[in-house]
Design a protein around this ligand. Structure first.
Ligand code: GLU
Length: 311
């Protein structure tokens, strides 16, 4: 089913059913600005490889990418520095510890298990900041804007950035630990600054659905026709989304929904189903594993109805 009207009524039904779940879970508060977001907001978007963008719910809602930006920074780093270079700094294995855990870093090796946990993404940000220098954030915003097909260009939400940057003791601990072991090759504060800014880029579910569709379309944005990544990069990124995308609930989500996805603590989930479509949901209240409760349910229902599982 990818007829736009059918897709629209499926999304409308999904929003109607899953909205009742927005009361379950609690939104993130460890970044104070995230606690100020209206928890009842709920939106769902889909972008087909034919270039149709269909959405439902509070589609005007804007929120910060948080960990969903890790999909974009990994894509960018693979394009700029290549597979061998990137995976000499981070692994690609799932992590059974929380996203901001320091334990695995110390106990196993000093290399982060994958690029979607905070330590791994800080290493990727350090690589980008160190190699590109002062223009890194501008280049990243341009890349993100083109990947999402954003007409006016994406921007950082400065309040979220300040809120995160001023309360990030845990991420600073991770970064200083990795700097001491030589895993983080660039300056701690400059690496973190890029990481915080990337997490604070503001989007809506339409933007994220197109970003997912770009990866699903082997690296070509289906709305603009622009190639953003190589075919290999798109497969590498969606592969890692499949096994590492929902924190330490990635295995559970793979069984429940069965599609490549990445969540963020703002309550969004971006999905890229190779050869089919991009999907995105937003609902701030999170479950115990840090994933949007209504969002996971909506993605699972859409995956089943659209027969996306196992694509
Ligand atoms: N900026 C958040 C942090 O570093 C991202 C976490 C997330 O969305 O998983 O804690």
């Amino acid at each position: 089913m990818e007829n736009n009207q059918e897709l629209q009524s499926l999304l409308d039904r999904t929003v109607a059913v899953c909205r009742s779940l927005t009361g379950d879970g609690r939104q993130a508060t460890y970044i104070p600005e995230l606690a100020t977001v209206d928890p009842s907001l709920f939106s769902v978007s889909s972008a087909t490889l034919g270039g149709a963008l269909v959405s439902s719910g509070d589609t005007g809602a804007r929120f910060s990418m948080q960990s969903m930006s890790k999909v974009m920074s990994l894509s960018f780093a693979l394009e700029k520095f290549g597979y061998d270079e990137v995976f000499s700094h981070v692994g690609m294995e799932p992590c059974s510890e929380p996203f901001n855990s320091i334990m695995k870093l110390e106990m196993t090796s000093s290399t982060p298990l994958n690029p979607f946990i905070n330590s791994g993404s800080i290493v990727i940000a350090g690589l980008i900041a160190g190699r590109i220098g002062a223009g890194a954030m501008e280049e990243m915003l341009d890349f993100a804007s083109r990947m999402t097909g954003s007409k006016n260009g994406l921007a950082v939400n400065e309040r979220v950035y300040m809120s995160e940057s001023s309360t990030a003791d845990r991420n600073r601990a991770l970064a200083y630990f990795m700097r001491s072991s030589g895993t983080l090759s660039f300056e701690v504060e400059k690496s973190l600054d890029l990481y915080f800014r990337l997490c604070s880029i503001e989007v809506g579910t339409d933007d994220l659905a197109v970003m997912g569709a770009t990866l699903a379309n082997a690296g070509v944005n289906p709305l603009t026709g622009e190639r953003l990544t190589s075919v290999d990069t798109s497969y590498t990124v969606t592969g890692i989304m499949s096994v590492c995308g929902l924190y330490d609930e990635s295995g559970w989500f793979a069984v429940k929904a069965g599609i490549p996805a990445k969540s963020g603590v703002s309550g969004g989930i971006v999905c890229a189903v190779p050869g089919r479509m991009g999907l995105a949901v937003f609902s701030p209240p999170l479950g115990k594993g840090g994933n949007s409760v209504a969002g996971v349910e909506a993605v699972s229902r859409l995956s089943m109805e659209l027969k996306l599982r196992g694509m």
